[in-house]
Design a protein around this ligand. Structure first.
Ligand SMILES: Nc1nc2c(ncn2[C@@H]2O[C@H](COP(=O)(O)OP(=O)(O)O)[C@@H](O)[C@H]2O)c(=O)[nH]1
Ligand SMILES: [Mg+2]
Length: 327
């Protein structure tokens, strides 16, 4: 089961600086020798793998990436300054592909691994470069070369760290949509009727964390009823589960137990996963009733139970801080 995060970006490396035409000016020498310096090279665009990153989130907001141009040459044969390279940090495991040819340009696997994709243009020659016995006062120079332009596709295979479980209608899809700032693609997914919903949620440090909404969990899912069984397999690879319960359901306690039973039935250590329990749709039920249900659930689970509303975005920051604390 694979989730794929993708981003398409255009890389524009820096142009080289131009060479210049200039002549030395010296006292008593009417026209000194040629002294125009060469232009500096343009900056390149370099990918660097960074093991602190988990997603390609940053590239979804920043699709055109530039590097600085080189400066033009100076008098006295001074070369122009190099344009600064642009370093793009990507998560380990990111593949870089040329969109036009489909060719893989590189795979950034190890932390700090580098891959230069768009090279900066060469600087042009100043007139000092053209000095020869035949031509003592050349006035030629060349422009800097353009930097390379590449359209690339970044691709990263993702692992969801946080799973959202709960019966149908608990509000899982709604929760993920209000929390997330980007939606990765799902590839090679065998089902057509039910697909997990994915969302990247920004952590406090700005990095992304992948949440997956696990659909299709109903009574009997662990035995193959419905399509939930294959999703249970996916839960195995998450670090933490948010168990979402619909407050308006006829019996929220029973709903909780149905899902817990499926986790237990499936085995493979699912019940040992860290869990955060949240009652959703708080605004639809009476406050006192909510208190009673919360208390009952707390007694049953020996855990703190959060009360939220995905629609009204209430209690979500408490929910997220619980998640970050436990990851
Ligand atoms: N009033 C209210 N409705 C909600 C809330 N969260 C979800 N819903 C609604 O509940 C229904 C089911 O939500 P959905 O996210 O599709 O549930 P899922 O089956 O668990 O993915 C939808 O009509 C949502 O608009 C909430 O906090 N408050
Ligand atoms: Mg859903």
């Amino acid at each position: 089961m694979q989730f794929i995060d993708q981003a398409r970006i255009t890389l524009k490396a820096g142009k080289g600086g131009s060479g210049i035409v200039s002549f030395r000016r010296e006292k008593f020498v009417p026209a000194g020798g040629p002294s125009g310096g060469n232009g500096g090279k343009g900056g390149s665009i370099i990918f660097v793998a960074d093991s602190n990153l988990q997603t390609l989130l940053d590239f979804k907001f920043n699709r055109e990436i530039f590097a600085k141009d080189g400066s033009k040459g100076g008098p006295n044969k001074r070369s122009g300054a190099y344009g600064e390279d642009t370093i793009l940090k990507v998560p380990c495991g990111t593949e870089v592909r040329d969109i036009n040819t489909g060719i893989i340009l590189g795979d950034l696997i190890k932390n700090n691994q580098r891959l230069t994709v768009a090279f900066g243009g060469r600087g042009g020659n100043g007139n000092a470069y053209y000095l020869s016995n035949q031509n003592r006062a050349p006035e030629s120079f060349t422009e800097g070369k353009d930097g390379e332009i590449w359209e690339v596709q970044l691709e990263l295979k993702l692992l969801a760290e946080v799973g959202i479980i709960g019966l149908p209608n608990a509000g899982k899809s709604t929760l993920i949509s209000v929390l997330s700032s980007a939606r990765p693609k799902i590839a090679n997914y065998p089902f057509t009727t039910l697909i997990p919903n994915l969302g990247v949620v920004r952590k406090q440090d700005g990095n992304g964390c992948l949440f997956a909404d696990i659909p299709g969990l109903i009574s009997g899912a662990a035995d193959g009823v419905g399509l939930g069984h294959d999703f249970l397999r996916h839960i195995q690879r998450t670090k933490i589960l948010i168990h979402l319960i619909d407050s308006v359901s006829e019996n929220p306690i029973y709903d909780y137990e149905v899902i817990e039973k499926e986790l237990k039935q499936y085995g493979n250590g699912l019940t040992k996963k860290k869990r955060i329990i949240a009652l959703n749709k708080m605004e639809l039920v009476d406050e006192n009733y909510l208190k009673i249900i919360t208390k009952k659930l707390e007694n049953l689970t020996k855990k703190k139970v959060l009360v939220i509303s995905s629609s009204l975005r209430k209690g979500l920051s408490e929910l997220l801080s619980e998640v970050w604390n436990r990851i």
